[in-house]
Design a protein around this ligand. Structure first.
Ligand code: ATP
Length: 297
């Protein structure tokens, strides 16, 4: 669905004229924010209590949630967890377990119908969403770049950043070398009508953008599609640098990722069924062990 909207916006598909398409998108509450999230871009939002600085502590307290369009389906049914500042958490579970929904609630696209999402002990419902989201960066599974130069795509993480800052972020993200290899360098136009970058290169642009944004909280949706070994090494190295000192939640699809997490949260049918380290959960012999054997292995 989201991909369809993106396609329509960028390609101007047969939905109607561009103003019609834009008004259709605006009519769908949260859709433009969702688009921005998919692209790993900051999002627009409303007012609320000011958030000067995020400490990086995050918690779900008895969170219950269903999507408005499906009132009969409980997607999260009493989820409780706490993450300390700087911790690295892997979120795993079968398809449909509610992992992406956890991200959507952290980003405030939806509110819990019961329970709370807390940042540094403060209920997210009372905080200024726009300011809150400035402290959170998302690296989505499939990175979409917008039509513009590579420089502009990275700068989006921190509007007004200097060229030097942008280049430094690209270096940290292992993106500088491939950018410099292009004839136009940082002025290379990418996006739907520009140069096509590989999946791994787009991920590294998104990582550079996140490094520049300097968030306290990181939400990473690990790519399921395999990259070639060298590209994967470069992406992983860049992600490691990005995660240092930040609270990170990773929807994990690889065993190597869960192994390096401080804690693994196992979601199944909207419930947190297990949590612990890889070794603890393997010894427990429950849902996690089955997941490792069937999906993560
Ligand atoms: P996957 O690993 O396949 O991405 P997930 O664990 O991230 O799955 P979610 O995407 O959070 O799971 O979905 C949880 C449930 O909510 C699923 O049953 C899904 O069909 C439903 N769902 C997700 N998004 C929406 C939506 N926008 N409207 C209605 N139902 C939705």
């Amino acid at each position: 669905f989201s991909g369809f909207i993106l396609y329509s916006v960028f390609v101007g598909a047969s939905l109607g004229s561009m103003p019609e398409i834009i008004s259709q998108i605006q009519a769908m509450s949260g859709a433009t924010d969702r688009l921005r999230e998919i692209m790993g871009l900051p999002t627009e939002a409303d007012g609320g209590q000011a958030v000067e600085h995020l400490g990086g502590a995050l918690a779900f307290r008895d969170v219950h949630f269903h999507y408005p369009s499906r009132p009969d389906q409980a997607v999260l049914a009493g989820v409780d967890f706490e993450v300390a500042p700087g911790q690295r958490i892997a979120l795993v579970g079968p398809s449909g377990a509610g992992k992406s929904t956890v991200f959507s609630l952290i980003l405030g696209y939806y509110r819990p119908e019961q329970g709370q999402v807390l940042f540094d002990g403060r209920d997210a419902a009372s905080l200024d969403l726009h300011a809150l989201r400035k402290g959170i960066a998302v690296v989505p599974q499939e990175v979409m770049l917008f039509g513009g130069t590579i420089l502009e795509n990275i700068e989006y993480g921190k509007p007004g950043a200097s060229r030097q800052e942008i280049i430094e972020a690209a270096k940290q993200a292992n993106a500088h070398a491939f950018i410099e290899e292009r004839e136009q360098g940082y002025e290379t136009v990418v996006g739907p009508r520009g140069v096509k970058l590989s999946g791994g290169q787009r991920q590294r642009i998104a990582i550079a953008r996140a490094i520049l944004a300097d968030p306290r909280v990181l939400l990473l949706d690990e790519a399921t599609s395999a990259l070639d070994a060298e590209s994967e090494r470069l992406v992983n190295e860049a992600l490691e640098r990005l995660m240092v000192g930040r609270t990170s939640l990773v929807i994990a699809h690889r065993l190597s990722t869960v192994r390096t997490a401080d804690r693994i949260l196992v979601l199944n049918q909207g419930k947190l069924v297990e949590q612990g380290s890889h070794d603890e959960l393997m010894a427990h012999g429950g849902t996690y062990k089955v997941l490792v054997q069937t999906q993560l292995g």
